[in-house]
Write a protein of this length. Structure first.
Length: 445
């Protein structure tokens, strides 16, 4: 960590000083002027963010109540389990979909949706390269081919025109990822999908409680997939939910999440009709999630307010590109992300983030290291024991080593993440905005 360590601080200043004009440092390094609010914390000025943040405990009574009830049960299996039933009932209050299947992760939720959508060997599925690898794991396991389309400059969500350019006769589905909880342009995506008869699987893993033009996230596409992993808005440590209202897909959710099962349905001649793995969620997890869902609206509302406030405060700073959210959408900020224009500042992105951290702001450079296609497993096409049968059988000519999404690459080079959570106050966010303004002003070209 950079902040607090004089050794690191000197090394940083020495490293950056070649790019800095003496005048810019003149006042900052003169002794006895600590009252100057413009003096950076890395130059012994006072930090822009002084107040501590307290994140309230994430679980307590609502979860305890559910776990107590669960301990009185004779079975902890999900099927007909009261905790799972309550989870589904509460899930539907903000994502009103007909068929809901709980599962073990967001990755599992997407895998189930991909399988239920009927993705076959060599079928292409277009998605964003700036996402968790869980978005495409299921595509690859079903023998499909992820095709990465570029993202928009300010939003980091699928650029629908680039999706259009990448559609081929093999394209079967689109997975829009609502990155950071900022909804994709679902109307444009659905129009394109209808034109080409494509299935739309919404990756809502970072978007609990978000709304797209007033509609609950996940209710516009054919499938909604959510993660309950520990870092997400609501959690049981690890878990997921996949849902749909389409009668053709609905019954398949259980098939592909529960070893081919069709529980509660009269046996149709017996035998396994679908080959699938076991992605079930047990009652103890469901109990925690049922409790967590009572907190969701408050969590989503707080994050939406705080993130939008930060945007309002920093949008006029030259060289800073804040989160781009459609005014009729509700973004729920799993984290906040802004970009810097590298030409506008005398320091690079990582040093900008470090300087912000020294100011007390919860900042970090970047999101994932490289777009997914840049990861070794993609570049080597080494998905199954180091090989990729779909390619070896001639069912795809995909070469991830030659894939390119310039805007996605630029975003990952220039973005800075700011932690947002429901324990933060408006005053705290105002101070974070001050820190960004202070650092930007100091290093402006
Ligand atoms: C977290 C996440 C996933 C995967 O969820 P897991 O529960 O970790 O498997 C998929 N997509 C996105 C966008 C995510 O943030």
């Amino acid at each position: 960590m950079f902040h607090g360590s004089p050794i690191h601080r000197r090394r940083f200043v020495a490293g950056a000083s070649g790019m800095m004009m003496a005048g810019a440092f003149g006042t900052a390094t003169r002794a006895g002027q600590s009252a100057d609010p413009a003096r950076l914390a890395i130059h012994d000025g006072s930090k822009a963010v002084q107040q501590p943040v307290r994140r309230a405990p994430r679980w307590g009574e609502p979860e305890r109540e559910r776990l107590e009830a669960m301990l009185g049960q004779g079975s902890l299996f999900y099927w007909n389990g009261p905790q799972t039933k309550l989870l589904i009932e509460r899930f539907r209050t903000f994502c009103p979909l007909e068929y809901v299947q709980t599962c073990s992760s967001g990755t599992a939720a997407i895998h189930i949706a991909v399988a239920a959508a009927g993705i076959e060997l060599g079928d292409e599925v277009i998605t964003s390269p700036v996402t968790d690898i869980g978005t495409v794991i299921g595509v690859l396991y079903q023998g499909g081919v992820p095709v990465f389309a570029d993202v928009g400059a300010g939003q980091c969500n699928l650029d629908v025109e680039d999706v259009r350019r990448r559609i081929t006769p093999k394209t079967k589905a689109i997975i829009p990822v609502h990155l950071t909880g900022n909804p994709c342009d679902m109307d444009a995506i659905m129009a394109l999908a209808e034109e080409h008869d494509l299935v739309v699987i919404e990756d809502c893993c970072q978007a609990w409680g978000a709304r797209s033009r007033g509609r609950p996230i996940g209710t516009v596409g054919h499938f909604a997939c959510f993660s309950l992993q520990n870092s997400k808005h609501v959690t049981c440590g690890d878990g997921g939910v996949v849902a749909t209202s389409h009668p053709a897909y609905g019954p398949l959710l259980q098939r592909f999440g529960d070893k081919g099962a069709a529980r509660g349905v009269t046996r149709e001649g017996g035998g396994f009709r679908a080959f699938a793995t076991n992605y079930r969620m047990s009652e103890p997890q469901a109990a925690v999630v049922a409790g967590q869902l009572t907190r969701l609206e408050e969590i989503a509302a707080a994050r939406a307010r705080l993130g939008n406030l930060l945007t309002e405060q920093i949008r006029d700073i030259p060289g800073i590109m804040p989160h781009d959210v459609h005014p009729d959408d509700r973004a729920v900020y799993w984290f906040y992300m802004f970009r810097i224009d590298p030409e506008a500042f005398r320091i690079n992105r990582d040093d900008f983030a470090r300087t912000l951290r020294a100011e007390g702001a919860p900042a970090a450079g970047g999101y994932i290291g490289v777009p997914l296609y840049g990861e070794p497993v993609f570049r080597n096409h080494g998905f199954f024991a180091g090989r990729w049968p779909v390619k070896e059988f001639g069912l795809t000519e995909m070469n991830f080593a030659k894939h390119s999404c310039p805007e996605a690459e630029a975003i990952l080079r220039t973005c800075i993440r700011i932690t947002i959570h429901e324990g933060m106050t408006d005053e705290y966010i105002l101070d974070v905005a001050k820190a960004i303004r202070k650092v930007a002003a100091h290093f402006a070209v």
